[in-house]
Design a protein around this ligand. Structure first.
Ligand code: IPM
Ligand code: MG
Length: 359
């Protein structure tokens, strides 16, 4: 049966950047896939009163892979927490069991100057952050805000990790490292938080199955510092949900633009061989530039390349797509967010055109 890609364009620039990624996918893969669409985020809230409709969940469970644009925007910021667009992201991660979030930070040669760090610190950077995505403080119970008898209010969130949760994400990190630079740095706060003391013990336990991989450990505060000091020391970093959220934003800025970074969120392989997977750009919905046709579609197109690589084993096509993007950047073509002196500034669709032409 033809494989199906579900496109969840979402809010802000989401629809614009997804449209370009779908164009590129169609050109690259012909009729290999069918495409369907569903509502998510603020767009879904406006249409049906919830950011993550049951119909969207059903389609997501059926799909062979999901391409997501972005969710959220000022229009929905005042809504109750339970119906905020961001809840849809947490919901889809949890419902599909997308526990492994892969966030590569790659510096393209043509963009070395765009980084906020000195060129020699970031040239050639190729780092992969593996963030645990369905556990930890994002989902731990108890949680919430309560009022104490004396009228004071109390807010609680709970960092929780079990051994299976840690072991499966550690395996993902070691497997990836084996195909890359052979190094894993596990990031925790084991000097203070017991849950991450367990994290460290379990990562060490799994490392025994990967004797060729060099394992190191870092406290998260030090890791944040090292990322901006000497980022090239890292190959694969594996960490908890919240630490991964923070460190991946730091890592993204090393590359010069959030508009360049893709991500993959993967579930466990099921018995029938199926694996839920969602691909999305790391940048958000960028409401300030939405609808203007100026957003950078490269992060979404690179997310499509990750989809070809991880969900469909289409390495050749993924390589070709990444090469086409490098070529276009080499030609001096830029969207506004990565604009440099002397380069040619173009919009979202023109960037899609240029990448199609380079394929
Ligand atoms: C991310 C985002 C989300 C997160 C928000 C929007 C819920 O920051 O994907 O990194 O915290 O996971
Ligand atoms: Mg984040």
């Amino acid at each position: 049966m033809t494989k199906n890609i579900l496109v969840l364009a979402g809010d802000g620039i989401g629809p614009e950047v997804c449209a370009q990624a779908v164009r590129v996918l169609k050109k690259l893969t012909g009729s290999a896939f069918t495409y369907s669409e569903a509502l998510i985020g603020g767009a879904a809230y406006d249409a049906v009163g919830t950011p993550f409709p049951a119909d969207t969940l059903a389609k997501a469970k059926e799909a062979d892979a999901i391409l997501l644009g972005a969710v959220g925007g000022p229009k929905w910021e005042k809504l109750d927490y339970s119906v905020r667009p961001e809840r849809a992201l947490l919901g889809i991660r949890k419902e599909l069991g997308l526990f492994a979030n892969l966030r590569p930070a790659i510096v393209f040669e043509a963009l070395v100057e765009a980084s906020s760090l000195k060129p020699e610190l970031v040239a050639g950077l190729d780092l992969m952050i593996v963030r645990e995505l369905t556990g930890g403080i994002y989902f731990g119970e108890p949680r919430g805000v309560t009022t104490l008898p004396n009228g004071d209010r109390k807010g609680i969130n709970t960092e929780v990790y079990t051994t299976p949760e840690i072991r499966r994400i550690a395996k993902v990190a070691f497997e990836l490292a084996a195909k890359r630079g052979g190094k894993v740095c596990s990031v925790d706060k084991a000097n203070v938080l017991e849950a991450t003391e367990l994290w460290r013990e379990e990562v060490i336990h799994i490392s025994k199955d990967y004797p060729k991989i060099e394992l190191s450990h870092m406290y998260v505060d030090n890791a944040a510092m090292q990322l901006v000091r000497t980022p090239k020391q890292f190959d694969v970093m594996v960490t908890t949900n919240m630490f991964g959220d923070i460190l991946s934003d730091i890592a993204s800025m090393l590359t010069g633009s959030l508009g360049m970074l893709p991500s993959a969120s993967l579930g466990a392989k099921q018995e029938n061989g199926k694996q839920h997977a969602l691909y999305e750009p790391v940048h958000g919905s960028a409401p300030d530039i939405a609808g203007k046709g100026i957003a950078n579609p490269i992060a979404t197109i690179l997310s499509a390349a990750m989809m070809l690589r991880y969900s469909f084993d289409m390495k050749k096509e993924a390589d070709a797509l990444e090469a086409a993007i490098k070529k276009v950047l080499g030609q001096g073509i830029r969207t506004g967010d990565i604009m440099q002196d002397g380069m040619k500034k173009i919009g979202t669709t023109e960037m899609g055109d240029a990448i199609l032409a380079a394929l």
